[in-house]
Write a protein that binds this ligand. Structure first.
Ligand SMILES: [Zn+2]
Ligand SMILES: [Zn+2]
Length: 143
């Protein structure tokens, strides 16, 4: 018996009940049913895509699911005043000035800073929340 054979487990196919050998926990169907299912899922998702135009919450902009009409579940539960505040918050976020640095510029800048701002991601996060570069004290000397 090889190591591999020992790890094979059997469980019934969730559709037809035939025993299925599986190595990964996510395998639930025998090959025949898996194929049928994959075909069915592909067909359904194609249908769905064709019929469903995405709708978005008038307030927070979240994508709505089938039954929701103008507002998502969360925004529906808010009072009109709260909804207005939410909408304004979103508006402010959208119109917030973006840091005027390109990816390359930021990557280059990150090399000029000391920890914790010495990587592109961290520098960008700092810029994103504060809108400016880290204090000069973090700047490396001689650059
Ligand atoms: Zn099956
Ligand atoms: Zn919403």
């Amino acid at each position: 018996m090889t190591d591999q054979a020992k790890t094979v487990k059997w469980k019934p196919c969730e559709i037809c009940g035939k025993p299925v050998a599986y190595l990964r926990a996510d395998k639930k169907y025998c090959p025949a049913c898996a194929k049928d299912r994959a075909r069915e899922m592909a067909r359904l998702s194609k249908l769905k895509k064709r019929h469903e135009r995405p709708k978005f919450c008038n307030c927070c902009g979240a994508r709505l699911d089938g039954e929701e009409v103008r507002f998502c579940r969360y925004c529906k539960s808010l009072t009109p005043a709260q909804r207005k505040a939410e909408r304004e918050k979103r508006e402010a976020k959208r119109t917030a000035p973006k840091p005027a640095y390109s990816v390359d510029q930021l990557a280059q800048l990150a090399r000029q800073y000391r920890s914790p701002y010495n990587s592109y991601g961290k520098l960008r996060a700092y810029l994103g929340t504060t809108g400016r570069l880290p204090p000069d004290g973090y700047r490396r000397q001689g650059l």
